[in-house]
Design a protein around this ligand. Structure first.
Ligand code: ADP
Ligand code: MG
Length: 682
């Protein structure tokens, strides 16, 4: 990297201390920062045909003044100038606010170019710029930058212009020549120039294409180098379990495994056996049978003489898992314990002691498992269920427990391929893409709010058959209090509605864990036929007799979340139903309701979700852990992301990458990111 452009921006003639100070607002300190401060959009000054322009879109047109303009003042400084303009065969109105002087340039039949917003209904452009046609030297595109403080877009354009003219020659290439050739990418210098000062749309496209690839390649090289070093440096445990015992265990399960389950089990067991430390993501739609996969892997670990841990996000889920795992493991004399924050005092001390002595084989619990006081004797395998609920930091702490346990992350929120190779780029991925045989598809319908009575009638038909129902209340993200209030209200309404015919339970986040437990128990034992709940039931809960779900204000949820919720029904042998109650106001909202009622495939939904909501929203703001790209878009530039990942993999494997001069810029990038230490470069 050239030293020149790493200087402060004040090295640019024409940029002084004051400007430099202003630029710190946008985190621009060096010349390089300035050059790499990319526009986020372009002002488009190309002449367009009005027939192609949508309502409210910004447009530049060319036409002829058709009538005497009329100027109206209201107040001293405010004015409106209206003129009829002939554009091709169309006669439209053009309005300028507060630019009365333009009137002088509007003789009848003068050709003019105006830029503004198109009102299709009124056939009017509210314009902010006008040029006499013909003498415009104007570019087709002008970059627009995010600005802060005293900065202006025009000013920024000028600073960047100065930077390029004085230091443009110092911009160095960082991508290897063969890749540039292979994808016909602009070199870095030309690309930067084109991005800031494009002459045409093609310029912008080419420049963008280059930087998208560059960003992705750098990112992928970083992820893959991380993964390579983690693999080489972390000594994992080679867990030698007895194959025949494992087979016996599997053949005693109440059902045969699906092919997909067999495949992922083999993938996981290979990691468990090998001395390389496992860092694997297991994806499988709701109901695809991940729990049993987890159980089989835990069995292998215990059989090899190690302890296993299963960590889940909620206490209810921990309790359910503990129960079903105990059932599976009891005949095999394997000790399972449950540890959550509500396990206290003597009981807690007993479990912790036994754990440290190695008398507990499998520990199941919530975050409580990663607290300092929890000490394992020889932890071999950690499995986390619904991993997206755990933050990056928790994942790290977890991996640091024990010597070097193998780690398996399980998720039922299918992560779109796009995100999987970015967020989890450092992991191996296994996918269960098959449902156990005989599963009935949940029928999903979208109903408007005013159909509630009919929906409740439908629900009662299921209840009459002896089935149970979930009612999910709207999610109010900003306020847990309102969230809870909503559930309480709906509970009151339904209790009244069903009178003494059916019992209605209530579940929400403000209940203590013992209260929650009691509510869940009452529902799963059919003492309550209806369960009104906030989204706390979202994850993992298993009541096979529940065949009906009503979701209020369904448009407020993300598709993946709706799919998760819906996964609470359809767990038994009976046909199940899910009703989405929603009056979406936007087209996107309607589209989402349609997609939900048309597909049961979690992967399809997650891709759609990502497309409709964007990556930031996908995991929720709090713990997205998503990488931020300056110019690339993980959804739309997905192809490039894949290409970059493959290229990065090849590079990392090749000897050349680590030694030849050509790759020096990429290596120094790794060094800057703290992944490579100096010595490793020999
Ligand atoms: P999830 O992947 O959502 O965690 P679960 O592990 O809870 O799914 O499994 C859902 C249900 O399917 C459970 O009742 C489980 O016993 C059952 N199941 C799992 N695997 C199979 C299989 N191969 N054949 C039949 N039923 C299965
Ligand atoms: Mg599960």
């Amino acid at each position: 990297m050239s030293q020149e452009i790493n200087q402060s921006v004040t090295a640019i003639t024409g940029i002084g201390e004051e400007t430099a100070e202003a630029l710190t607002e946008i985190k621009v300190y060096t010349i390089k920062d300035l050059l790499e401060y990319f526009p986020y959009r372009y002002e488009d000054y190309r002449i367009r045909d009005l027939a192609d322009v949508k309502h409210d879109e910004k447009v530049t047109i060319e036409g002829k003044v058709h009538s005497e303009p009329s100027l109206m003042y209201y107040g001293r400084k405010r004015s409106r100038l209206t003129v009829r303009v002939l554009v091709d065969r169309y006669l439209i109105n053009v309005i300028f606010f507060n630019q009365p002087y333009l009137k002088n340039n509007m003789e009848i039949n003068t050709p003019i170019t105006v830029t503004g917003k198109w009102d299709q209904h009124r056939q009017t452009i509210t314009a902010n710029e006008m040029k006499k046609a013909g003498n415009s030297q104007k570019k087709e595109f002008e970059p627009v930058y995010h600005i802060k403080g005293s900065l202006t877009v025009k000013g920024l354009r000028r600073f960047i212009q100065l930077a390029i003219s004085q230091f443009g020659a110092n911009i160095e290439e960082n991508l290897p020549q063969d890749l540039l050739m292979k994808y016909r990418l602009l070199n870095r210098r030309d690309a930067l120039r084109a991005l800031h000062f494009p002459l045409s749309e093609t310029d912008v496209k080419q420049a963008r294409r280059r930087f998208v690839y560059e960003e992705f390649l750098l990112f992928q090289i970083k992820m893959q180098a991380l993964r390579k070093f983690e693999r080489e440096n972390s000594k994992g445990i080679s867990q030698k379990f007895e194959n025949n015992k494992l087979k016996e265990f599997i053949s005693n399960l109440p059902f045969p495994l699906t092919n997909a389950q067999k495949r992922v089990i083999n993938e996981i067991l290979t990691d468990i056996k090998s001395p390389v430390r496992m860092n694997r993501l297991l994806q499988g739609d709701v109901g695809s049978g991940k729990t049993i996969v987890a159980a089989i892997c835990l069995y292998a670990t215990v059989n090899a003489g190690f302890q296993g841990a299963l960590m889940v996000p909620t206490e209810i889920l921990a309790e359910q898992h503990a129960e079903s795992l105990r059932e599976i493991f009891n005949p095999w004399n394997i000790q399972c314990e449950l540890l959550t924050s509500s396990v206290k005092g003597k009981e807690r001390r007993r479990i912790l002691e036994k754990l440290e002595l190695g008398e507990v084989d499998i520990l199941i619990g919530t975050h409580a498992l990663i607290q300092d006081e929890v000490v394992f004797k020889n932890l071999g395998l950690v499995i986390t269920d619904e991993q997206h609920r755990f933050g990056v930091e928790q994942r790290r702490i977890l991996r640091e427990k024990g010597e070097s346990p193998d780690v398996l992350f399980m998720t039922a929120t299918p992560i779109p391929r796009t995100l999987a190779i970015t967020v989890f780029g450092e992991m191996d991925v296994s996918i269960i893409d098959e449902m156990p045989a005989g599963r009935k598809v949940i029928e999903t319908y979208w109903a408007k709010q005013d159909m509630l009575d009919r929906v409740l009638g439908f629900m009662e038909k299921e209840l009459v058959k002896g089935r149970q129902a979930y009612v999910i209340c709207p999610l109010i993200e900003e306020s847990e209090k309102l969230d809870v209030q909503n559930a309480i209200d709906v509970h009151a309404i339904l209790t009244n509605h069903f009178h003494n015919r059916y019992q209605v339970g209530l579940m929400h986040g403000r209940l203590s864990s013992s209260e929650k437990e009691e509510v869940m128990r009452a529902f799963s034992e059919n003492e309550r036929q209806v369960l009104v709940s906030t989204t706390v039931v979202e994850v993992g809960v298993n009541v096979p007799n529940a065949t009906f779900m009503l979701i209020y204000d369904a448009e407020r949820f993300g598709l993946s979340q709706l799919h998760q919720l819906r996964g609470r029904v359809g767990r038994g042998s009976e046909q199940s139903y899910c009703i989405l109650l929603a009056d979406p106001k936007t087209e996107v909202g309607k589209e989402r309701m349609k997609i939900m009622s048309e597909t049961n495939d979690g992967f399809v939904l997650s891709e759609k979700d990502l497309e409709l909501r964007g990556p930031g929203d996908f995991f929720g703001r709090k713990q997205s852990g998503l990488p931020e790209f300056k110019i690339a878009d993980m959804v739309h530039d997905y192809r490039a992301l894949e290409t970059a990942r493959d290229d990065a993999a090849k590079l990392i494997q090749s000897n050349n990458f680590w030694h030849s001069d050509e790759y020096q810029p990429l290596r120094s990038y790794l060094q800057l990111s703290g992944i490579l230490t100096g010595e490793k470069l020999d």
